[in-house]
Design a protein around this ligand. Sequence first.
Ligand SMILES: C[S@@+](CC[C@H](N)C(=O)[O-])C[C@H]1O[C@@H](n2cnc3c(N)ncnc32)[C@H](O)[C@@H]1O
Length: 258
Amino acid sequence: VTVLTTLAAMPEPPRSRASVRGAVVWQVLRETLADLPAAGRTLTVLDVGGGSGGFAVPVAELGHTVTVVDPSPDSLAALARRAAEAGVTDRVAGRQGDVTGLFDVVAPHSCDAVLCHSVLEVVDDPAAAMQLVATAVRPGGVVSVLVASRTAAVLGRALTGRFTDARALLSDPSGRSGPQDPLVRRFTADELCDLLVAAGLRVGAVHGVRVFSDLLPGALLESDPSVVAELLALEAAAAALPVYRDLATQLHVVAHVD
Ligand SMILES: C[S@@+](CC[C@H](N)C(=O)[O-])C[C@H]1O[C@@H](n2cnc3c(N)ncnc32)[C@H](O)[C@@H]1O
């Protein structure tokens, strides 16, 4: 079991709910990229469905080159603005397209790392998408996958009195509350790991993202920056422990191409 110990050592002290959102993913991702055999040189990173660059731009700020493939022109425009503000325009390329057209943009087996964050919940065929993602990675490379957790969605609705939605999410094969649900599917940790293994990947670290944060009243986090720092330390300590991980809003897996 990996216990993240370094969230508290982030350069900027975390101050808000927003800073908690991606903290665990970002820390795992940063350590994973640093550990790649290719470390020390510029990594080639692909961000599938990378949107406006919430992860792509910080990865480029580490010195790596990142290609974002996303069907949304608005998101790609926001990506360009974000990359310019961060001074990494030369290391970030946005390409309009979707996961099925991945190899119009990159060659098979050419990437050191592929990010696929919050995308498997909306694509037509997650198994096919993951197969394409896996094929984009060179041997020794990694895939970083982030998905919405079915368990957290059930818990969240139950705790806010939406019991019918919670029960629907519990029993729906795709982890959906109904046709009005914006997501097409959600995953348990086992379902996600099975998907990755079926795509020929070796599952590495599995973390829960926001085990506690989304259950707290916002006012608590706005009150005092030290509260956020303490919460992040708690999130880091719990993220890899299966019993807590499985309650987290999102599940993050690092998978390897051997
Ligand atoms: C919730 S956003 C996540 C953005 C980014 N990955 C992140 O974590 O901040 C989902 C993104 O997936 C993109 N998307 C939707 N369908 C897609 C597909 N079939 N292939 C690739 N990207 C897709 C959307 O345009 C959107 O930018």
